[in-house]
Design a protein around this ligand. Structure first.
Ligand code: NAI
Length: 255
């Protein structure tokens, strides 16, 4: 039975991924702040270390899959928190669990990015470079200074996508596949909170995908399950958009 660790397993996309992988025969080690096999706060270095240690204990040091879904959106209490959870909460779990994945069978890892990672300017933001350099305090201080949650969110998703792609070569040498799934709007509590927010609600409502609707968590989970399966054995280092056509609409010339 494959063993897969899933962050953010208690809600939204992470809960849907947990359900579909359980149905496919995986033993799931969910990681979340509540209602999970491993209770941890991924916004702090200590919480991430505790999460890694608990997962290693529960999987006896051998992991076949890792899916990083935990994240916070633009309504998070602070911009620094967005970077801490969405970038460092993912990159440190990838680092901490790579050794266990290398011992797994057909190991595969996946990061839930976002179509927001392609937002103009995210690449040039100084906080992006600091995240990629591992400077959490510096990156969060810059994010708090900017205080623009949508910029912090886009940068966190751009940086974690780039980090995953940087890992593609060294992880292939260790036999581990790693991909990024970049959803557009998906009907989850995170998305609902942005719809309900006075600052962002109108912009989110007005930004409609060509297919004319938002996605369902189950639709994202089906793609994740495929990418984690041996049917996707040659897909590695890819960023797969699942967004009802949003990316094609906004930047048809980039792919
Ligand atoms: P959600 O709010 O339904 O689920 C997120 C989960 O992450 C929750 O269970 C939450 O407790 C957990 N989490 C948050 N902070 C945590 C922390 N500090 N420590 C441990 N767990 C923590 O949100 P959703 O929409 O399912 O989001 C999943 C991922 O998908 C996120 O990375 C998000 O950025 C991404 N995404 C979501 C989109 C959407 O429209 N819903 C669009 C694009 C990307």
């Amino acid at each position: 039975m494959p063993v897969t660790a899933i962050t953010g397993s208690a809600s939204g996309i992470g809960a849907a991924v947990s359900a579909v992988l359980r149905a496919a025969g995986h033993r799931v080690i969910g990681i979340d702040r509540a209602n999970a096999e491993v209770l941890a706060d991924l916004s702090t270095a200590a919480g991430r270390e505790a999460a890694v240690a608990a997962v290693l204990e529960q999987c006896n040091g051998v992991l076949d899959g890792l899916v990083c879904c935990a994240g916070v959106g633009v309504t998070a209490p602070s911009c620094g928190l967005i970077l801490s959870v969405n970038y460092f909460g993912v990159s440190q779990l990838l680092d901490g669990l790579a050794g266990a994945l290398a011992k797994g069978s057909n190991p595969a890892a996946l990061v839930i990015g976002s179509v927001a990672s392609t937002q103009a300017g995210a690449e040039q933001q100084p906080m992006t470079e600091l995240m990629l350099g591992g400077d959490e305090a510096g990156a969060c201080a810059l994010a708090e200074g900017l205080a623009q949650a949508h910029v912090a969110y886009a940068c966190s998703k751009y940086a974690i996508t780039q980090q995953a792609r940087r890992l593609a070569k060294p992880w292939a040498e260790r036999g581990i596949r790693l991909n990024v799934v970049a959803p557009g709007a998906v009907q989850t509590p995170l998305h609902q909170a942005s719809l309900d927010d006075a600052r962002f609600g109108k912009a989110v409502r007005d930004f409609v995908a060509p297919l004319g609707r938002s996605g369902r968590p189950e639709e994202i989970a089906a793609l994740v399950a495929f990418l984690q399966s041996t049917q996707a054995a040659f897909i590695h280092g890819s960023v797969v958009f699942i967004d009802g056509g949003m990316d094609a609409m906004v930047r048809p010339q980039r792919f």
